[in-house]
Design a binder for this molecule. Structure first.
Ligand code: ZN
Length: 377
């Protein structure tokens, strides 16, 4: 017997996402927010010709009172006609998310804040603080190399005062093959000096020094909040060859006794490697957010693979949606549908009991995130 809608009754906790844009978008602006590329495709082509583009036309169109599979022109025009407030309100509420954990470190001034997300979605929203962004703000405040380590610790403490987690983008700024050792005070001072000399006065300082990156990561570990890592695919700013989480094995060994939870985000196409790491390290967790809307009709295959080695108490739901409310809605909808398709097959074949399937759905959809981030504390 196949139960329908294993996750229908579960209000999801989206443990990693970003705010949405509160502005009317033209066709090109919409398309560039619906891809990980940062440039338009070949002349005459469209990013609507992707799994994500097809999923927008299939699933989001009805939420805007359109027929499924309307043309991209009709879709973008209807979006503009309704206006961003109404589009965001409809799609975010339709996602069925109870709590958004919002990474505020990426395009934070263009996207809705956690409070704005909470009001628009009629849900809760909590903040996740990006480690590198806190360091970059110190450059504007004229920090010296000598004061860098102590100023960073104070700034992180203040920035994270009401946050539920931290986020590292060392994958983007260096690679996951970083040296797992904590750098010495002297190494940090020297490296901070080099970085500050290069970036002081820059409009947008960019932390990419490997020693300073390791320092801010260890400062995050010291704070004790759960730390999220970008892993696997993302925009063109990263070198995907260096985003395999197996490269962090030394760091997992070094942090295992410290009592801090680590969360591997997205992971695709390394989600099986991430599943292995979540299997063997008690403090490592994972999700396949971001991948689910991008693989669209293939979401069930990715969800099935994420349910291979990953213990069920280590897998979490996230959308990693940013900018477009469509990504929040599709993240949740396709996750629910794919979970049902995969687990429904197992219950139908008598491999899992329906009671177990419902219990695991609740764990992955909300319970694991509530436990790791202490949301009910
Ligand atoms: Zn993200």
């Amino acid at each position: 017997m196949r139960p329908d809608g294993l996750l229908d009754e579960v209000a999801l906790v989206d443990h990693h996402c970003h705010g949405v844009i509160d502005a009317t978008l033209d066709r090109q602006q919409f398309e560039l927010l619906a891809t990980e590329a940062d440039l338009p495709g070949p002349t005459g082509s469209t990013f609507f010709d992707t799994q994500l583009g097809f999923a927008v036309r299939r699933w989001c169109a009805p939420v805007l009172d359109l027929e499924s599979h309307v043309t991209p022109e009709v879709y973008v025009a209807r979006r503009a006609e309704l206006g961003p407030v109404e589009v965001n309100r409809r799609l975010l509420r339709a996602a069925g998310v109870s709590t958004f954990l919002v990474d505020t470190g990426y395009r934070g001034d263009e996207l809705l804040t956690p409070a704005g997300m909470a009001a628009t979605a009629e849900a809760d929203a909590r903040e996740v603080v990006r480690l590198e962004t806190v360091a970059e703000h110190l450059v504007h405040r004229g920090v010296t190399a000598e004061r860098f380590a102590s100023a960073y610790a104070e700034a992180l403490d203040a920035a994270a005062a009401s946050a539920v987690g931290l986020k590292s983008i060392i994958a983007y700024r260096y690679g996951l093959d970083f040296d797992s050792a904590r750098p010495s005070e002297r190494e940090v001072r020297d490296a901070a000096g080099r970085w500050l000399r290069r970036d002081e006065g820059a409009a947008a300082p960019r932390l990419d020094d490997p020693v300073v990156l390791r320092h801010v990561l260890w400062a995050g570990v010291d704070l004790g909040l759960p730390v999220q890592f970008h892993v696997g695919f993302g925009d063109v700013d990263l070198d995907l060859r260096r985003c395999d989480p197996l490269a962090m094995t030394g760091f997992f060994r070094a942090t295992q006794p410290l009592g801090v939870d680590l969360l591997l985000l997205h992971c695709y196409p390394f989600h099986r490697q991430a599943g292995y790491l979540a299997h063997v390290f008690p403090h490592v967790h994972m999700d396949v957010g971001l991948a689910v809307p991008y693989v669209g009709a293939r979401a069930a295959a990715v969800i099935a693979e994420s349910l291979e080695l990953t213990p069920f108490h280590k897998l979490l739901y996230s959308s990693d949606a940013a900018g477009l409310a469509e990504l929040h809605y599709l993240g949740a909808l396709l996750f629910r549908r794919a979970f049902d398709e995969v687990v429904g097959r197992w219950t139908g074949d008598g491999l899992w009991s329906i009671a177990d399937a419902r219990r695991v759905a609740r764990m992955i959809g909300a319970g694991n995130a509530e436990r790791v981030y202490g949301l009910h504390r």
